[in-house]
Design a protein around this ligand. Sequence first.
Ligand code: COA
Length: 329
Amino acid sequence: MSKTLAAITGVHGYVPDYIMTNAELETMVETTDEWITSRTGIKERRVLKGEGLAASDMGKEMVQGLLEKTGTAPEEVELLICATITGDRVFPDTANTILDKVNAKNAFGYDINAACSGFLYALTTGAKFIESGTYKKVVIVGLDVMSSILDYTDRSTCIIFGDGGGAVLLEPNEDGFGIVDSVLKADGNGRQYLNMEAGGSLKPTSAETVANGEHFIHQEGRTVFKYAVRGMSETIKDVLDRNNMDKGDISWLIPHQANIRIIQSVANALDFPMEKVIVNIEKYGNTTAGTLPLCLWDFEDQFKKGDNIMLTAFGGGFTWGSTYLKWAY
Ligand code: COA
């Protein structure tokens, strides 16, 4: 019998109904569909609209759908980890609000704040509880409501991001299917290039921080772009080397959906064919912690049992990494 791995045994995504097209953004900031499409690959993104709706409402949709699809009763869930930077509140965390909303009374939960790498951090952490034999049903959620921290007068950020995400169920597998290896990295010095300055203990929200727009996302796009390509390419290579694998062994590369040019640059750096690279950025933009589970959900029908899948991400922190898994169904 091989070592116990944590296998993904189901995935369910959710995006809000409202579609914000590039044409709509043309009416809000000085930009064009042509610029956005050619510089980012994005055609449209989803926006959560509706009084009182927040991250946990999207999380509820994802987790309820996941539990129904996998035939799991809410009370069977033992742990839920939610990767997000746009939780309902600074505290309490959104994981526990989601558990409450889906009526999962026997679980505990917590949030992970690793921006666009959040899903990989959460997946890797959750897998350890399965591998160690501690738990048998762990739910990993990756979602963001980026519209809640976007400045819709800043054309360099508002065109990129969208709302959405997904959830996966992790269960033990003794046959070699599941999460095999991860290389995760962080460099806190990157906080100057991608952040939201106010609202924490450094700069508590005040009339001044609001007037300065410091409750919105701030990004130095060109710098982030360079670090993202390097970080994702290097950690993919690290994972391949550690597992005595070659790029030809990868069935699917699933990169964080930040910019089509970043994705193409990573594929180029690895000399990896774009036909095996999963892309849905044109529909959803960058949903931060939501992109990877949304890709798994969108392309689930194409995966076969035993496929070698490489997930890779880069985000605020800086945080980055790659995870290799064998698809289990
Ligand atoms: N429409 C039209 N022009 C725009 C624009 C928009 N929406 N946004 C920026 N521009 C302009 C700039 O003002 C600049 O004009 P200038 O040359 O007259 O100064 C020009 O386009 C080029 O700007 P630059 O920032 O160099 O563009 P870019 O090609 O780097 O694209 C990003 C900008 C943000 C799309 C790109 O840098 C990016 O995707 N970065 C990584 C973002 C990311 O992945 N973030 C999430 C974490 S992973």
